[in-house]
Design a protein around this ligand. Structure first.
Ligand code: DGL
Length: 285
């Protein structure tokens, strides 16, 4: 059983790609709706909330947890992997935590994560790439650093959309969501001196829930990189190398959605963006 974690609904965009790609694998999703949004919180708080959620997913039987959240990945993944996990009994049991920034950088740079210096032909890539994310993801600078290491000639624009994930979670109307997306894109365009980006990374898993609004307001020539798809590609590769994390592959695998918040509210909100049939259960702690 694989766990997928997000601060709220955003990781459902990743989960949808994963359940489609791995129809025989069981997934448990955890949305920390009691604490969403994470994006404007101090880093230490994000690390602690993420750690607690990973532990809950381990506790319900997931051996692998994918952080389906850019903020949690950018701020907490490395700390959890290097300082927390090795000190816990979970390590001896073979549990692991992985994030979603690495596959996104790999796709954006067409360079494997393990390769951290510019290689031909990527070292000559001169694309303009716009990254949209939460306050904390952009402040971490992880996308800029990791992309520039591999593609130093890329022009990178990073745009904070500080209110968008929260607005999606808390039921803002279409006009408000569109205003927030439009403002973010205007900010990115201004930073790029009006030059349209070749590619846009929606570097917050909530944002694909309003991808149609990004599509509407981004220049037509800008391609949106689909983070859920690249994460599914990357997990496929990972599971080939670590098949034990697939767990038992069964005809009717488990699809459980857990929330730390109010299940009725989380389910109602999820249905607005991600369609019928999504029912959250309260995580019993
Ligand atoms: N979905 C999350 C991300 O990918 C977090 C949004 C939030 O909670 O602020 O960044």
């Amino acid at each position: 059983m694989i766990g997928v974690f997000d601060s709220g609904l955003g990781g459902l965009t990743v989960l949808a790609a994963l359940t489609q790609r791995f129809p025989e694998v069981s997934f448990v999703y955890l949305g920390d709706h009691a604490n969403v949004p994470y994006g404007n919180r101090p880093s230490e708080e994000i690390i602690e909330l993420t750690r607690a959620s990973v532990e809950r997913l381990f506790g319900v039987g997931c051996k692998l947890v994918l952080l389906g959240c850019n903020t949690a990945t950018a701020v907490a993944a490395r700390r959890l992997q290097t300082s927390w996990l090795p000190e816990t009994p979970w390590t001896a049991l073979g549990h692991n935590v992985i994030g979603i920034v690495a596959p996104t950088v790999e796709a954006a740079t067409q360079t494997p994560w393990a390769v951290t210096t510019p290689q031909y032909p990527q070292k000559f890539l001169t694309d303009r790439i716009a990254v949209f994310g939460t306050t904390r993801t952009i402040a971490s600078n992880v996308y800029a650093e990791e992309i520039r290491k591999r593609c130093p000639k890329v022009t990178l624009v990073q745009q904070v959309c500080s209110e968008l994930a929260g607005a999606i979670e808390h039921g803002a109307g279409k006009a408000e969501l569109e205003r927030l997306v439009e403002t973010g894109i205007a900010g990115a365009m201004a930073q790029a001196g009006g030059e349209p980006p070749h590619r846009a990374i929606l570097g917050c898993t909530h944002f694909p829930l309003v991808e149609h609004l990004f599509r509407r307001h981004l220049p037509q020539a800008t391609r949106i990189l689909s983070q859920p798809e690249v994460v599914a590609d990357s997990l496929e590769d990972y599971l080939q190398r670590h098949p034990r994390y697939k767990g038992e592959t069964v005809e009717t695998p488990r699809r459980v959605l857990l929330t730390t918040g109010d299940p009725a509210e989380a389910s109602a909100r999820a249905r607005v963006f991600a369609g019928e049939g999504l029912t959250f259960e309260r995580l019993e702690v």
